[in-house]
Write a protein of this length. Structure first.
Length: 213
């Protein structure tokens, strides 16, 4: 398997959520990233580890545990309004990110804005090439933006996902993210994906790591 270059997060490495979804080989699971996932590089799953050809450990894959926390739904119009205040429009650590990069014209265009309670919300129109890794990617950044601040970038360290149903092509979904705890450089966040009718489609629990501070 390999991560095509268009699915980047930080420049030169794979988006954490997309990469984890590819590595998980299923709709649910937990993936811990041990290094920035390399792009356009042959990778192999050996036991529970994803490795490069020279043996470097990229990630570790485990069965998904129970994810108890759900970020409550809001309406699609409210998510559209929240996205207008997306902080990444002004200050983005990785503006070409496949999921939330405002400089991308071929990405997912998920722009999570903050609500009054500190949680995030974003509308998402599902692309034609939707897949399980696409949904893992969509569940990635909305949680991260509940903790990312100006001048303090974070990257994904671990993500667990439970996916009940893939959204349909063209479906207008809502993504919700919320910060649970911060301990040192680590932040625990949750994300929930809702379909056009308000039904929960997937949920995630993730650990993000601050790159500075």
């Amino acid at each position: 398997m390999h991560i095509p270059a268009r699915f980047n997060g930080p420049p030169g490495s794979g988006n954490g959520g997309y990469s984890a979804g590819l590595f998980a080989h299923g709709e649910s699971g937990e993936v811990t990233l041990r290094m920035p996932p390399p792009l356009d590089t042959p990778l192999s799953l050996l036991g529970c580890q994803v490795r490069t050809g020279d043996g470097a450990v990229v990630a570790e894959v485990a069965p998904g545990g129970g994810i108890d926390t759900v970020v409550p739904p809001i309406g699609y119009p409210e998510a559209v309004e929240a996205a207008k205040g997306y902080p990444g429009f002004v200050d983005h650590p990785f503006p070409t990110c496949y999921v939330c990069g405002p400089e991308r014209t071929d990405g997912l265009a998920i722009f999570p804005g903050r609500l009054a309670d500190g949680s995030t919300a974003a509308p998402w129109t599902v692309p034609d090439d939707v897949s399980t890794p696409t949904v893992w990617a969509a569940l990635d950044c909305p949680g991260g933006w509940s903790v990312i601040g100006a001048g303090r970038p974070y990257v994904l360290g671990r993500i667990a996902v439970t996916l009940d149903r893939l959204p349909a092509t063209g479906e207008r979904c809502v993504l919700r993210g919320a910060l649970a705890t911060v301990e040192g450089r680590k932040a625990l966040v949750h994300t929930t994906l809702y379909g056009a009718d308000g039904t929960e489609l997937a949920r995630a629990r993730a650990t993000w790591i601050a790159l500075s501070g």
